[in-house]
Ligand binder design. Structure first.
Ligand code: MG
Ligand code: ZN
Length: 349
């Protein structure tokens, strides 16, 4: 009798000790063209504070590509998404011409739900690095075709035309019959499908200062419940794409407005994951754009005078912010390819 009781007791409490380690959710936020100067200027614009101050771990990444000291977003996206340096312009293909597997695809193999949000087209270099393999980032229609059979469950971004007005006359939105296509963030929120596509525009989405909808924070707010509503873990990529475009235009107000849109999205993510010990949030950039410097200013109202030194990218190291389980491995100075390797560690531990 006593023996029986003990047996049942052990059976009852056994799951408490033998539980498999819970898989970690990964939220990766990339500010395209965001280096320390963009963060600094954005912080002063926000009266000397930014969401990035909430991250306990900071590292620096070396961004050069395999063939250029100054990377482009395709090679940098490939390094972060797939863990290999490749030539500028190339997406998801190595120097030895091999197709690479992205962290999003690897997470899918482990049963993750996946999502991508971008403020560019969904076929633009940075988001495409997570699901496509093409020699040239400009093969937008080929990239669109690769999204059809990709591992992306939910996506929000521009570029509808690459799916429906194509040289091959195919209508990919029709072919993607497993997706519920919605045309507003409200409909996205209401959809109960486990695959949802929301094209926010036919071509490039507007800059936020010209009224782009939805705000990145709203897209994140509606995406996260979809990803987290089952027992499956999730991987989410959020790209603030247009910080880079403001840099190329040497337009500081464009840069700052896009930074603020991203900053609000980071706050939303931190709010959502506040009591969640199972989610790591990583924020980084792919490279710096514009060679931005703050050259004078005043403490009063944190006014700034800024200057750009190029209309292209620069080779500056880029900060990596991390918060959550295993975040400590993101401290130090390392290659951008190590961001992939560190996420891969999180995926497996
Ligand atoms: Mg980009
Ligand atoms: Zn750029």
């Amino acid at each position: 009798m006593k023996k029986n009781f003990l047996f049942f007791l052990i059976l009852l409490i056994q799951p408490l000790f033998c539980q498999e380690k819970a898989q970690k959710n990964i939220i990766l936020i990339i500010g395209d063209g965001m280096g320390v100067p963009q963060i600094t200027a954005g912080m002063y614009k926000l009266k000397n504070q930014t969401a990035l101050e909430n991250f306990p771990i900071i590292g620096l990444s070396k961004t050069h590509s395999s063939n250029a000291l100054i990377t482009d977003s395709a090679a940098a996206g490939t390094a972060i998404a797939c863990g290999e340096k490749t030539a500028n312009g190339t997406l998801g293909i190595s120097m030895r011409n091999q197709k690479l597997t992205s962290i999003l695809e690897l997470s899918k193999q482990k049963g993750y739900k996946t999502g991508i949000i971008a403020t560019s087209t969904i076929v633009h270099a940075t988001p495409a690095a997570f699901y496509a393999n093409v020699i040239s980032r400009n093969q937008y229609e080929d990239i669109a075709l690769q999204l059809v059979n990709s591992d992306v469950d939910y996506f929000i971004g521009g570029g509808r035309k690459f799916f429906i007005s194509r040289k091959d006359k195919r209508n990919l939105m029709k072919e993607m019959s497993d997706y519920d296509f919605v045309n507003s963030i409200k409909k996205f929120d209401e959809s109960e499908s486990n695959k949802i596509g929301y094209f926010t525009s036919s071509e490039d989405p507007y800059p936020i200062r010209n009224g782009r909808i939805p705000k990145l924070s709203l897209a994140v707010e509606k995406m996260l419940p979809k990803l987290s509503n089952t027992n499956n873990p999730y991987f989410l990529l959020v790209e603030a794409s247009q910080i880079d475009w403001g840099g190329h235009k040497n337009d500081i107000d464009y840069v700052l407005s896009e930074f603020i849109d991203m900053n609000e999205a980071i706050n939303k993510v931190l709010e959502f994951t506040k009591n969640d010990k199972n989610t790591i949030v990583i924020v980084t950039g792919d490279h710096e754009t514009g060679g931005l410097a703050i050259i004078s200013g005043r403490i009063r109202n944190f006014q700034m005078k800024t200057e750009f030194s190029t209309i292209g990218h620069s080779a500056a190291m880029i900060p990596v912010f991390a918060k959550g389980p295993h975040s400590e491995i993101f401290s130090g100075i390392y290659d951008n390819t190590d961001i992939f390797k560190k996420m891969f560690f999180v995926l497996n531990n």
